[in-house]
Design a protein around this ligand. Structure first.
Ligand code: AMP
Ligand code: MG
Length: 348
């Protein structure tokens, strides 16, 4: 081969190409693979960086569909639907997944003193939440259905993983906590596949694994409850954390000039009207964040701040109707208000 500039350039480009391929294979070039898909009644996104990213995403999607099949109240053969069909009659032996979610849910029913109550299903169904035929039910219907709402009637038996609802007509709905469990399962799959950096977004329930590829913390935006989707009230910077928000803007319908959202106060049977309109929980496990975000939303800012400040390793951001932002002490320096209509109220 004759040595001239042209040949030298060709050789150099081949060498650079080989180096790039080797770097990609060894995982030294950081590139995120992103996939969006529908499951758990919502749009999800997984953004994953690592050699086994595609495998981890495939496994995660399979697990999420499995969780949906076991826990959806909209699937007749799900374990949750079967528990509801057997109410007052017999117990049902359930999978480890479902047992764990119900056991944890009961913990949050107790901690929130019944603000979070998974036996809320008959009321949720009355309002048509999650379906097309939403409507404002009559007060007598609500009163009637409220009689069977009581998480203390869920009997769980660890020995044989069985669940029983004591009374006929009782029904459970784990929609307020299952996405958190699902996010934890995806996190475990990512770790098993040696993924060091990923963003798990299950319909707004966020879990970040590690830091971003540039080594910086992830910045997660918290929706401005007064504005359309994607406009933030504040941001939080996190590494290896779950960030779960319950908000009045997530699922609602409007009639007669009034908005009715999907988080029901079990003591009234109506959408919660506490001072909180957005409740974010930051935690190591998303199941805790999910149960607590729905519960604290209903409890109101005073009780909610007291509860979360008492819990080790868990933090919260509450936005009130008056655009006040309450942040627990563990988050100092990590929150940035991005809209000047909101003001900090860091103590109660
Ligand atoms: P989240 O978006 O996590 O706050 O959960 C809201 C969902 O939880 C609703 O769509 C209902 O399925 C269910 N839910 C509503 N009110 C309650 C409640 N008081 N306790 C438990 N689950 C609830
Ligand atoms: Mg929740």
């Amino acid at each position: 081969m004759v040595f001239n500039i042209e040949n030298a350039l060709i050789i150099m480009s081949v060498i650079i190409g080989i180096i790039l391929i080797l770097l990609l294979i060894s995982g030294n070039i950081k590139e995120y693979i992103s996939r969006e898909f529908y499951s758990l009644g919502t749009l999800n996104q997984l953004k994953v960086c690592g050699r086994k990213a595609n495998k981890a995403i495939d496994e995660s999607i399979r697990k999420l569909c499995e969780i949906d099949d076991k826990m959806s109240v909209f699937k007749e053969n799900s374990e949750i639907s079967k528990i509801n069909q057997y109410a007052g009659k017999q117990s049902l032996i359930v999978s480890e997944d479902t047992y764990y979610v119900i056991e944890k849910a009961i913990k949050y029913c107790m901690l929130s003193e019944g603000a979070f109550d998974i036996t809320i299903r008959p009321i949720v169904a009355l309002w048509g939440i999650g379906k097309e035929d939403v409507r404002v039910p009559g007060s007598s219907e609500i009163k009637q259905k409220l009689k069977v709402v009581n998480y203390k009637d869920i009997v769980i038996d660890k020995n044989n993983s069985s669940i029983l609802l004591k009374n006929e007509k009782q029904e459970i709905d784990v929609g307020g906590i299952a996405k958190g469990y699902a996010a934890d399962q995806v996190r475990d799959i990512m770790i098993k596949n040696k993924i060091k950096s990923a963003l798990i977004n299950l319909g707004g329930n966020i879990f970040v694994i590690g830091s971003k590829d540039d080594g910086n913390a992830w910045t997660v935006g918290i929706q401005n409850p007064f504005k359309r989707r994607g406009e933030f009230a504040l941001t939080i910077s996190v590494i290896n954390k779950s960030v779960v928000t319950s908000g009045n803007y997530e699922r609602y319908f409007e009639t007669g000039g009034k908005k009715f959202h999907h988080i029901i106060n079990p003591s009234t049977g109506y959408p919660s009207e506490s001072d909180i309109i957005s409740s974010t929980i930051i935690s190591d496990n998303s199941i805790d964040g999910d149960g607590l975000s729905t519960g604290t939303y209903i409890m109101g800012v005073f009780k909610a701040m007291r509860l979360i400040e008492e819990m080790k390793g868990i933090d919260a951001i509450f936005i009130t109707k008056n655009k006040e932002v309450y942040v627990t002490s563990g988050l100092s320096g990590k929150v940035t208000l991005t809209n000047n209509e909101f003001v900090y109220k860091n103590s109660i």
